[in-house]
Design a protein around this ligand. Structure first.
Ligand code: ZN
Length: 396
């Protein structure tokens, strides 16, 4: 296959993680519906559009298929262009996903670049690469998440209302100044026997309450999902974040977060570096958590996109690996993105794609790659309400 400045159809794979959305009450999970696939009994968690070796998109052209990472490796100059290569990337620097969850994902943070390098050197098994992983989540449906620490006084006000969290309180009661870090430290170090007791009693205490706060409902829901996991108690420590469709969340390095339910478009640096804190059977590295988390309050919050122009929403964030735009029912001119690589996903409706010497129809759910060498191309919506997501390396 040659890269001669054209758009390439992709075949992108789905991760069927247990927390993904399932067929319920006749309602097809978002990702299955997007792809026009039959849902079956399996959960539909993530659609991956990119060149990550764990689930690489395939280029479909000339009657054959080729993994996108191999296609890029065969001609990095043409595919990635000067700007991306000079920034030190030999592969597509980002991964675009659709994520759809009906159960909570693990509470996690992603290290900054310097920490990622150190962790990878010391423990490559748990930290498989040396890269950081700035990520954004753009809500398609209402989306609920936990992110960033609350103020200590707000946490304590909530804990003081509950008798059963006494063993957790007792330790910090004596502390001269109670901080989110002290609360987190105590929680991570409580013996599992005590955690089990707290959670069993907490479930009873919360269930018996006539009126529960939003947070108490959330914690009760987490206990049902993870009955013996201390991560449930992070439900008291972190901010509840509710995204309206179209809004987004940027997760800075070293901020704890957990996606709870909803569907969204996610973009991240092409990395798999996760430091887990709870709601997971996987390894929890208490030492690394306490030494990397920021413990700052109000650093993670829902945000609205910038209107870059009529029908163009730009989801700006500090990541230098990617920027994401969503185009609402307008003609898209690719000459503005010439010189950097990108991927497309048709979220609604359909588009006619044209480039010198070629054209194609992009149906709903189809994904596409364009190399940096693409100079001229357009995407024209073929029906009202058509919506196109685009991730590229920033030109700035
Ligand atoms: Zn994350």
């Amino acid at each position: 296959m040659s890269t001669s400045g054209q758009l390439y159809a992709l075949e992108s794979g789905v991760q069927h993680y247990a927390w993904g959305c399932r067929l319920r009450d006749g309602k097809t999970p978002y990702i299955a519906e997007l792809l026009g696939a039959s849902a079956g009994k399996t959960p539909w968690a993530e659609l991956w559009i990119g060149a990550h070796p764990s689930l690489c998109s395939q280029i479909v052209a000339d009657g054959g298929k080729e993994p996108l990472n191999a296609f890029i490796a065969a001609d990095p100059q043409d595919c990635l262009g000067d700007k991306t290569l000079k920034a030190g990337y030999q592969e597509l620097p980002f991964l675009l996903k659709v994520l759809s969850c009906e159960r909570a994902l693990s509470i996690q943070s992603h290290p900054d670049k310097a920490t990622a390098e150190k962790l990878h050197e010391k423990d490559p098994r748990h930290y498989p690469d040396a890269n950081h992983k700035p990520e954004i989540m753009i809500a398609i449906t209402p989306f609920k998440a936990l992110g960033g620490f609350r103020k200590a006084e707000d946490i304590i006000a909530d804990l003081d209302k509950l008798a059963c969290v006494q063993p957790w309180r007792q330790v910090y009661q004596e502390a001269a100044s109670i901080t989110p870090k002290a609360l987190c430290d105590t929680l991570l170090n409580l013996p599992m026997s005590i955690i089990r007791k707290i959670l069993t009693r907490l479930q009873k205490e919360l269930a018996a309450k006539e009126k529960r706060t939003e947070r108490e409902d959330l914690v009760l829901d987490l206990i049902k999902q993870y009955p013996c996991d201390r991560g449930v108690l992070f439900g008291f420590l972190l901010n509840i974040i509710l995204l309206k469709p179209g809004d987004f969340l940027y997760i800075p390095p070293n901020e704890p977060h957990a996606y709870l339910n909803g569907t969204g478009v996610e973009c991240m640096a092409n990395s798999d570096n996760v430091i887990r804190a709870g709601l997971t059977p996987k390894n929890i590295d208490i030492h690394v958590l306490l030494n990397t988390l920021t413990f700052k309050s109000e650093t993670v919050a829902a945000a609205a996109p910038q209107q870059e122009g009529e029908g163009v929403r730009l989801y700006a964030c500090p990541a230098r690996e990617y920027e994401v735009r969503i185009f609402d029912g307008i003609n898209v001119d690719f000459s503005e993105r010439s010189g950097v690589p990108g991927v497309l996903l048709v979220l609604s409706g359909s588009y006619e794609l044209t480039w010198p010497g070629g054209r194609a129809v992009a149906k709903r759910g189809s994904s596409w790659f364009f190399p940096a060498s693409l100079k001229e191309a357009t995407a024209k919506p073929l029906e009202p309400g058509s919506e196109l997501a685009m991730a590229t390396v920033p030109k700035r």
